[in-house]
Design a protein around this ligand. Structure first.
Ligand SMILES: NC(=O)c1ccc[n+]([C@@H]2O[C@H](COP(=O)([O-])OP(=O)(O)OC[C@H]3O[C@@H](n4cnc5c(N)ncnc54)[C@H](OP(=O)(O)O)[C@@H]3O)[C@@H](O)[C@H]2O)c1
Length: 232
């Protein structure tokens, strides 16, 4: 599963693109539910020729973790995410949180490839934390007004008691992402999950599901089939 971008080895690759919608109506050109297709499958497919000692970073989210949000996935069924049988209240947010679990699972699968380890390639899942002022979700003027007038003030209060809900700035989230990519920040050995909490870089354990190897392998294999990379 090797992709070359532009013919030269890459020192750092940041897989940061992400989308979030209110419902599950969108489909990619290949027919996958859009959140799953953009946030997970597209990143899964992008495994280019990395240089020795390169950094590969997938932007995930602490919304993958049931300990942080009740909408986080309690199980992972890639087929159901790719082709959701039904929508419902909070379906868009659930699909988003599940796609972010997929990012972490993919990071861990890549980190466990012996060749990448031998070549000193570091694979990380990065959670920028709840970040205001980006275009994620509904970026319409009406939604932005609601966010500014209601959601941001509410979360600034909740964030005093629950650090993961404290709203951060995009400048700080981007700065840490850049510092991870350029090796200004080096996580402790064995830590693949980097989480920004109240502007501080932390290295917590991800959710139990993110650490579960059978879930990881199922996602890896089913994703390979979906994007046409499975060995026959
Ligand atoms: N904001 C938060 O609270 C938060 C919290 C945790 C994690 N994250 C993660 O942080 C990352 C960046 O999100 P953000 O908050 O900065 O949101 P954003 O402002 O909406 O940025 C999303 C980025 O993804 C790109 N993108 C979306 N759909 C795409 C597609 N189909 N093909 C190619 N590129 C696409 C967008 O490109 P265009 O600008 O060209 O559309 C944009 O550069 C995402 O992975 C998100 O899940 C965000």
């Amino acid at each position: 599963m090797t992709r070359r971008l532009g013919g030269r080895a890459i020192d750092a690759l940041v897989l940061n693109a992400g989308t979030q919608s209110r419902n599950l109506d969108g489909r990619t050109a290949d027919g996958f539910e859009t959140t799953f297709g953009v946030n997970h499958l597209a990143h899964y497919l992008l495994a280019p020729q990395l240089a020795d000692k390169a950094r590969l970073i997938l932007t995930t989210s602490d919304t993958h973790d049931p300990a942080i949000t009740p909408l986080a996935p309690k199980s992972l069924d890639p087929q159901a995410l790719a082709h959701p049988p039904k929508a419902g209240l909070g379906a868009g947010m659930r699909a988003y949180a599940a796609s972010k679990l997929c990012n972490l699972r993919t990071a861990r699968s890549l980190a466990d490839i012996p060749e990448l380890d031998t070549r000193g390639i570091t694979v990380l899942g990065y959670n920028p934390g709840f970040t205001g002022g980006t275009n994620l979700g509904d970026a319409s003027p009406g939604a932005r007004r609601v966010m500014s007038a209601v959601v941001f003030p509410v979360f600034s209060v909740i964030g005093r008691f629950k650090p993961a809900y404290a709203m951060g700035r995009p400048e700080r989230a981007g700065q840490v992402l850049a510092e991870l990519a350029t090796k200004t920040i080096t996580p402790p050995a064995g830590r693949t999950y980097v989480s920004l909490v109240k502007g501080e870089v932390t290295y917590p354990d991800p959710s139990e599901l993110a650490l579960n190897n059978s879930v990881r392998d199922g996602l890896w294999e089913q994703s390979a089939t979906m994007v046409g990379l499975a060995q026959t």
